[in-house]
Write a protein that binds this ligand. Structure first.
Ligand code: DGJ
Length: 721
């Protein structure tokens, strides 16, 4: 619900337990009044105190207490009296960037309009949300900024984006765009970011805010392994299950910035938006620049509450298509089983064994096309290599289907190896700066998708393969970051963002043409794990690190924002290929359960005991897969101290739950630990194995855990009686 109180020109965006409140001040400037626990329209007291502050200049000479430098703003700009970080910068023909945005109009309507060309959250009926659009105008230039806010009826979540419209008569350059920006007098908060590297994605960092600018960004052209386009602000004292937390996710897969600037008066300006290095987007008269969407999620129940709202929203109103709600197949992927060294017989042998233990889909990874014997050649030549796979993909797919399994295929469509027929025919089709060397990474260059002929080629190549055999799943990989980001088709300052837009257009085209194919995104593991990609592909290969113990912190961090059903997680071989660790098969399975579950090893090489355990894992998973896909996650013990990790998933009706505990590092003659459960019905009784225990006791007293060995895991399946 969105309410407008006309006499105070105040907007109340009302979630079930939260409010986001804005007001237009006496001079027409849009102020941020509140984002937090719910307040009813009309109940606000004094929310801003105007003071005469030295060195904060005054746009109104008569009022020394009025300065943009101290006002709590919703859409700050630069070049005038605010010295803090702008949310929007537009360069005028004279080289200045001043914008004095004054309220012009607003409209409130049921539902949520689509964002043209960009991924975004959506509604299925207009009753699910209301959208407020506030139009601000910079009179001297004619530039309008249209701020859009959608409040979801059932979620404490607001979707925010903006459009910059050039109603002036000269070309202007957009140089900075934050999808969300707000000022709050709460600098004693802490900032959560998800940071890491390849094979170590989305590790949780929580740091106290300090004066100045702090935050994370990616200039890599993708959302990146290094930082994720998701941050959270934690109130003092907030933790996993208590206190107020605000999460911000950018629905975008390119470079981004997410920052908090604590100013001289301990006010914190929080911003999230795209960050294209050297952004200069030419805005002709009457043209519009659409920002990506930011999703703002509020929780009064700590990080856990924030994550559960993000999960429900991302799962049901961001992801789309048949597999949004359908169970995801248990798959086996041949990458860690064979790398590039495979042929049809080897693959079929893996599939036969996989079928025996209940696996449903066989995925052929990298190496099936062109002259690809290793990572030096072949990208771009999407034609099956019949020396490896006689008869082509059709024959292999038929043999897999004859086992009553489905067949899936890996692509890396955005890339080209210099050693490829494609590159030899079109050496100018990659991003490059004429006259400069082309930097390779993993021996590859990036196709310039902003050129229609290049995008059309990629579309044709991928769709032709998808039509050539029964292919039920696609893994869409992307194994390097963008350099030499230039294109003959566009001004240099536009190419970063245009690349992302062109990628989205391509994904829209391909995923809508093949609605029965399950698409999984990947970028060297989780290098493009973001809300933007989830709109096209409901699952993402979480990390190239498949070690169960490393995965604990990777999946823990990922779960801050992203639903379990979105995290590709596989049981792999031991010693593990990334860190050489040996863990029990059961633990590998239990950790992979809390994702889109699968295997990535040659089952023919397992001992009979491990194979039997793998079979039992599939049986156990089948018993709880619906619960894991739709349930609410409660993190019980975070792995950061390297002692143990524990979490549970509770079905939406609280009738079932799965609790998982993994011991990381054992201690000699250790204590009995207690695991207090969460999210159950306190009035209900739950069967756990032979016992029946009250939900109240499970939450207040908990489960007693005897000492366990390194890397051992346990699950408990709870069912209401
Ligand atoms: C990186 C991916 O993350 C891996 O799973 C695998 O598909 C390789 N690329 C193949 O090159």
């Amino acid at each position: 619900m969105i309410a407008y109180v006309a006499d105070s020109r105040t907007f109340f965006l009302q979630g079930p337990r939260s409010s986001y409140v804005l007001a237009v001040d006496a001079h027409g400037r849009l102020l941020h009044l509140h984002w937090g626990g719910r307040v009813e329209p009309g109940s606000l007291g004094q929310v801003a105190i105007a003071l005469d502050r030295p060195f904060s200049p005054n746009p109104l000479p008569a009022d020394r207490r009025y300065s943009l430098d101290t006002l709590p703003q919703e859409c700050p700009t630069g070049g005038l009296t605010d010295f803090r970080s702008p949310a929007v910068l537009v360069e005028h023909p004279d080289g200045t960037s001043a914008l004095d945005l004054i309220y012009e109009s607003h409209a409130i309507a049921p539902g949520k309009p689509r964002l043209v060309g960009l991924p975004a959250s959506y509604c299925e009926t207009t009753a699910e949300a209301d959208t407020l659009v506030i139009v601000l105008l910079d009179k001297p230039s004619g530039v309008r900024v249209e701020l859009s806010y959608t409040q979801f009826r059932d979620h404490d979540a607001v979707a925010r984006s903006l459009r910059i419209r050039n109603a002036g008569d000269a070309i202007r350059q957009v140089t900075r765009v934050c999808s969300a920006s707000f000022d709050q007098p709460q600098a004693e908060r802490r900032l959560l970011t998800l940071d890491g590297s390849w094979a170590r994605e989305r590790q949780v960092t929580i740091a106290a805010l300090r004066p100045g600018v702090q935050g994370v960004l990616s200039r890599r052209g993708t959302s990146s392994h290094q930082h994720n386009p998701f941050i959270a602000l934690l109130d003092a004292g907030a933790d996993e299950s208590h206190g107020e937390v605000c999460g911000l996710a950018l629905v975008y897969s390119g470079g981004f910035t997410a920052q908090v600037e604590v100013d001289q008066y301990a006010s914190a300006r929080t911003q999230i938006g795209l960050d294209a290095p050297g952004l200069r987007w030419a805005l002709a008269p009457n043209a519009v620049f659409q920002s990506p969407e930011a999703l703002l999620v509020w929780s009064g129940d700590g990080l856990g509450g924030m994550s559960r709202t993000c999960h429900r929203l991302f799962r049901t109103r961001l992801a789309r298509g048949k597999f949004r709600d359908a169970p995801r197949p248990i798959l086996i992927n041949n990458w860690e089983a064979t790398y590039f060294n495979f042929d049809t017989e080897k693959l079929v042998a893996i599939a036969i064994k996989a079928k025996e233990i209940g696996v449903e889909l066989m995925v052929l990874d990298d190496g099936w096309f062109g002259a690809r014997a290793d990572d030096r050649a072949g990208l771009g030549d999407w034609v099956c290599n019949e020396r490896k796979l006689p008869g082509g993909l059709r024959v292999l797919a038929e043999r897999i289907e004859a086992l009553d399994m489905r067949f899936g295929l890996w692509f890396e469509p955005e890339m080209v190896n210099p050693d490829s027929d494609l590159y030899r025919a079109h050496p100018d089709w990659c991003l490059h700066i004429p006259g400069r060397p082309r930097s390779e990474a993993r021996n590859q260059l990036i196709l310039d998708l902003t050129r229609p002929e290049v995008s059309d080629y990629v579309y044709l190549a991928v769709s032709t393969v998808l039509r050539s055999a029964r292919i039920s799943y696609v893994k869409w990989d992307m194994n390097r970051h963008l350099t030499e980001v230039a294109s003959p088709a566009h001004p240099a300052g536009e190419v970063h963002h245009r690349y992302v837009l062109a990628l989205y257009a391509l994904l829209e085209r391909i995923t809508s043409e093949f609605p029965d194919v399950l698409f999984e995104s990947c970028s060297g593991g989780g290098g493009r794990f973001d809300a933007g990609m989830l709109h096209y592909m409901p699952q993402v290969w979480c990390s190239d690190n498949s070690d169960a113990i490393c995965r604990l912190s990777i999946q823990h961090g990922t779960s801050m924002a992203y639903p379990l059903s979105s995290m590709g997680a596989h049981v792999s071989a031991c010693p593990n290929h990334q860190v050489s660790r040996t863990t029990p098969m059961r633990t590998r399975g239990h950790v992979a359960f809390t994702g889109a579950f699968g295997f990535e090893l040659d089952l023919n090489k397992l001992s009979p005991e491990d194979l039997a355990t793998a079979r039992e894992l599939v049986v156990e998973y089948n018993h709880v897969r619906r619960l894991l896909a739709d349930g609410d996650l409660h993190r019980l013990r975070e792995p950061s101290d390297n002692q143990a990790a524990a979490w549970m998933v509770v079905s939406p009706d609280r009738r079932q739950a799965l609790v998982t505990y993994v011991r990381i590092s054992a201690v000699g003659n250790g204590p009995i630990s207690v695991l207090r459960l969460h999210g159950l019905d306190p009035a209900a009784r739950y069967r756990i194995g032979e016992e029946v225990i009250g939900g109240d006791a499970l939450m207040a007293i908990g489960l007693r855990l005897p000492p366990t060995h390194d890397f051992q895991s346990r699950t408990w399946h709870l069912e209401q009686v």
